[in-house]
Design a protein around this ligand. Structure first.
Ligand code: KIV
Length: 272
C-alpha cells in the first residue's frame, strides 16, 4: 500500500515497479512551485510531475510549446526543494530533445543537474527512440508519454481522444512495447480509449499512468490546478474536480477587499 501522510520512505523507480507488480495504484499530480509541492508531498502523493502544462496553467499560454528548458528547470528546482518523499519527474520541453539525441542528452542532464529532479519525461514513441536510448544510457530514468501528446497539438489539430482507429491503436501498442524494451521506467497514456489503455497496461511490465485513459491502468495523473478547481473553462470528461479553489480564493479575496475598504483589517490584535 502507498505510504500516507507523515511517512518519508522515498519513492524510487524500483518502488514504482513493485507497486505495478503488486497491483498498488500509483497517485501522481503535477506541481510547479515549492508551496504546492510541499502540500502534495505531505499529503502522500507518490509521483510529482513538473509538467510542461506549466506553460498553460502558470504562464497562461494556449499550448505547451512556448515553455523553455530554463523555465522548466526553474519550476523543477522549486518543486524538488519541497519534496521529501515523492518521486519527481520533469518534462523535457518542446524543442529541446526532438532535434537529435545529443540535444536530448544535454537537455536532460541540465534538468537533472540543475533542478535535482529524479527523472525526465518525453513525448513520443519510435520517432524519438534514439533520444530516449541516449538519455537512458547516461543513467537518467525516462518516462514515456503516448496518446494525446500536447507538444504535437498542431499536428493533431484537435485535443480529441487519440488512437480510436486501428492503425493509430496498433502504433500506440507497438510504441509502448518499444518504450519498455528501451528501458523506460513508466509510460503516461493520455486521452485514449479505456479498453486500449487496459490492453497496454496488461502487455507491459512497467507502470502505465493514465490521464483520460480509464481505470484499468497502474495509476492516474491530473493537472493539479484542474483537480483543485483553480482552472476555469477546462472541464474535460476525464477530469474529477476534488475542490473548488477558484471559489475559495475568489471569496477570500472579496472579503479581504471588503475588510480593507471598511477599515476592518487590520484590527488591534493584528497591529504592533
Ligand atoms: O504536462 C503535463 O501536465 C502532462 C500531464 C498532462 C501528463 O504531461
Amino acid at each position: 500500500m502507498s505510504k500516507a501522510k507523515g511517512s518519508f520512505n522515498k519513492l524510487t523507480t524500483h518502488r514504482l515497479q513493485e507497486m505495478k507488480a503488486s497491483g498498488e495504484k500509483i497517485a501522481m499530480l503535477t506541481a510547479y512551485d515549492y508551496s504546492m509541492a510541499r502540500i502534495l508531498d505531505d499529503a502522500g502523493i507518490d509521483v510529482i510531475l513538473v509538467g510542461d502544462s506549466a506553460s498553460n496553467v502558470m504562464a497562461g499560454n494556449e499550448t505547451t510549446l512556448p515553455i523553455t528548458l530554463d523555465h522548466m528547470i526553474w519550476h523543477a528546482t522549486s518543486v524538488v526543494k519541497a519534496v521529501k518523499r515523492a518521486f519527481v519527474v520533469v518534462d523535457v520541453p518542446f524543442g529541446s530533445y526532438q532535434g537529435n539525441s545529443s540535444e536530448a542528452l544535454r537537455s536532460s542532464i541540465r534538468i537533472m543537474k540543475e533542478s535535482g529532479g529524479h527523472a525526465v519525461k518525453m513525448e513520443g514513441g519510435v520517432e524519438i527512440k534514439e533520444s530516449i536510448s541516449r538519455v537512458l544510457s547516461a543513467g537518467i530514468p525516462v518516462m514515456g508519454h503516448l496518446g494525446l501528446t500536447p507538444q504535437s497539438i498542431y499536428k493533431f489539430g484537435t485535443y480529441t481522444v487519440r488512437a480510436k482507429d486501428t492503425e493509430e491503436a496498433e502504433k500506440l501498442k507497438s510504441d509502448a512495447k518499444l518504450l519498455e524494451d528501451l528501458g523506460c521506467f513508466g509510460i503516461v497514456l493520455e486521452k485514449i480509449p479505456a479498453d486500449l489503455a487496459k490492453e497496454v497496461a496488461e502487455s507491459v511490465s512497467i507502470p502505465v499512468i493514465g490521464i483520460g485513459a480509464g481505470p484499468d491502468v497502474d495509476g492516474q495523473v491530473l493537472v493539479v490546478h484542474d483537480m483543485l478547481g483553480i482552472t476555469q473553462d477546462f472541464k474535460p470528461r476525464f477530469l474529477r474536480q476534488y475542490a473548488d479553489l477558484n471559489k475559495v480564493i475568489s471569496d477570500a479575496t472579496t472579503n479581504y477587499i471588503k475588510d480593507i475598504r471598511s477599515g476592518g483589517f487590520p484590527n488591534d490584535k493584528e497591529s504592533y
